[in-house]
Design a protein around this ligand. Structure first.
Ligand code: CTP
Length: 458
């Protein structure tokens, strides 16, 4: 018996100890028995999903433990450690997070799983300018977005592009985390070499198919006058290489012939489950609904969502599909496709759940099904709709029903930031952005082609 116990690792021993504890407590024991017998017929589908996911995780853990190559002494040491309270593991994950996207959020999500407390460092404008070129969003805007992410516990502003062991110690960090695409600094030295040497680097899988560079490529499309207004929407989303052909002049195109070919971000069911909140409103909750395009996320969206959440207890965000957004924003909008926008919203602290491909005209059916108490309308969105009257073919007032039910409320939008403004920023430094785009696209192409050690997404 003792040798069998010795062959178990910390996790399995812990499970056994928990099992013993549950068995020695009559209330817990009967709850565990009920859980076992009820599992298949829960009326609460979210709870059923949660339990089934945990169950399959536990199954995997048990399977992988049987017959493992175990170092006895280490296990005994681990067993003894179990008796002492565990110090939370602090992870440091840093980045530029310019035009934050689902790849960044997936990176943040994976980093959080590597420890207990996630500290996110946002590189300063000066540091990024030196190493990568200009950012589209300034430090304050990038920090607001990192702070809004639900997996982030602490944010450190204005961090260096090359973090050091000294910085980790100062912040009381155990490990630093980075994707498997290791950057080099302006002197050509690996940014994470020192930390790696100290054995304090954890690497997670970079998310394929989406990057700031690719989004800048899509935005650069806006900057070519002849492409404005006549972009063929049916062809969206395009790959980077296709965009490259369209945005670059003949002289520049030489550098682009070997442009990267990337697919869009993959929104698999598994990833969706990892991003979702497993949350439904409680009967007594005041339910708020806010809808919109939520294209490239910016500080204005974050402030708007924070305000919306203050109106109640549970916030549903309705996200219009690509066709609907195009019908009222026109031009090349949306820049991000529906899936990319859904993942962004699900990564935010203030969003409890989303309605994927929400109708532009809010129906009574939607209000009754989701038991919505307040429908919010951001004045600016309404204004944008009126700006393109010829595009609105079917609906005159999307908020007619909530108005008639007396549950409609307007909120003000104070931030003057949208795709157009981002494009203005690009136009001011178009040459630098094109140069940065060429540079980064080539690096991405190398990354995608390179033989890499297999890293499983966690
Ligand atoms: N990251 C990722 N998947 C992506 C993009 C970024 O996992 N598709 C990770 C990076 O590996 C890094 C973190 O997100 O650990 C922050 O990345 P950032 O410094 O913002 O820059 P890039 O890696 O250059 O990201 P992008 O190409 O989107 O600018």
């Amino acid at each position: 018996m003792e040798s069998l116990l010795r062959s178990l690792d910390e996790k399995k021993l812990k499970n056994l100890l928990i099992y013993n504890k549950v068995n020695s407590c009559p209330e817990m024991k009967s709850l565990a028995e009920d859980l076992f017998s009820l599992q298949m017929e829960f009326s609460d589908k979210i709870l059923a999903m949660k339990i089934s996911k945990l169950n399959s995780e536990i199954d995997c853990e048990f399977d992988s433990l049987v017959g493992g190559d175990v170092k006895t002494n280490e296990l005994i040491k681990n067993y003894n450690l179990l008796k002492e309270p565990k110090k939370p593991v602090r992870i440091y994950m840093d980045g530029v997070f310019d035009i934050i996207h689902s790849g960044h959020f997936n990176a943040i999500r994976q980093s959080k799983k590597l420890g207990d407390i996630l500290v996110v460092g946002v590189n300063s404008d000066e540091e990024v300018e030196k190493s990568k070129g200009p950012t589209l969003m300034n430090g304050k805007e990038r920090v607001a977005l990192a702070r809004a992410c639900k997996w982030v516990d602490e944010v450190i502003e204005d961090t260096p592009y090359t973090p050091t062991v000294e910085l980790l110690d100062k912040l009381n960090i155990d490990y630093c985390a980075h994707g498997d695409d290791m950057p080099t600094n302006s002197q050509g030295i690996g940014c994470y070499d020192e930390i790696k040497k100290a054995g304090r680097l954890k690497i997670f899988k970079r998310t394929e198919g989406i990057s700031t560079t690719e989004i800048i490529g899509r935005l650069l499309m806006f900057t070519k006058e002849s492409d404005r207004n006549n972009h063929n929407f049916e062809n969206l989303p395009k790959t980077s290489s296709e965009f490259v052909k369209e945005i670059i002049t003949d002289a520049e195109s030489q550098d682009f012939n070997k442009g990267p070919v990337m697919s869009s971000f993959l929104s698999t069911g598994w990833r969706m489950i990892e991003f979702c909140n497993y949350k439904t409103p409680k009967p007594e909750d005041k339910i708020v609904y806010l809808d919109g395009a939520f294209d490239i996320l910016h500080i204005g969206h974050i402030e708007m969502l924070k305000k919306a959440k203050e109106y109640g207890d549970f916030l549903y965000v309705g996200i219009h599909d690509d066709q609907v957004v195009h019908s009222y924003l026109g031009k090349n909008c949306p820049i991000l496709n529906l899936q990319e926008r859904v993942f962004n919203l699900l990564a935010l602290k203030d969003v409890d759940d989303v309605v994927i491909g929400a109708p532009l005209k809010i129906t009574e059916d939607l209000i009754r099904s989701l038991k919505i108490n307040i429908v919010l309308c951001v004045k600016k969105t309404h204004h944008q709709i009126q700006k393109n009257p010829e595009k609105i073919l079917v609906y005159d007032d999307p908020y007619e029903v909530p108005k008639s039910l007396g549950i409609y409320q307007e909120i003000n939008y104070e931030f003057d930031l949208n795709n157009e403004i981002l494009v203005q920023r690009i136009l001011q430094k178009r040459k630098e952005y094109v140069k940065k785009y060429i540079n980064k696209s080539q690096k991405e192409e190398i990354y995608y082609k390179k033989e890499k050690a297999y890293i499983e997404e966690i």
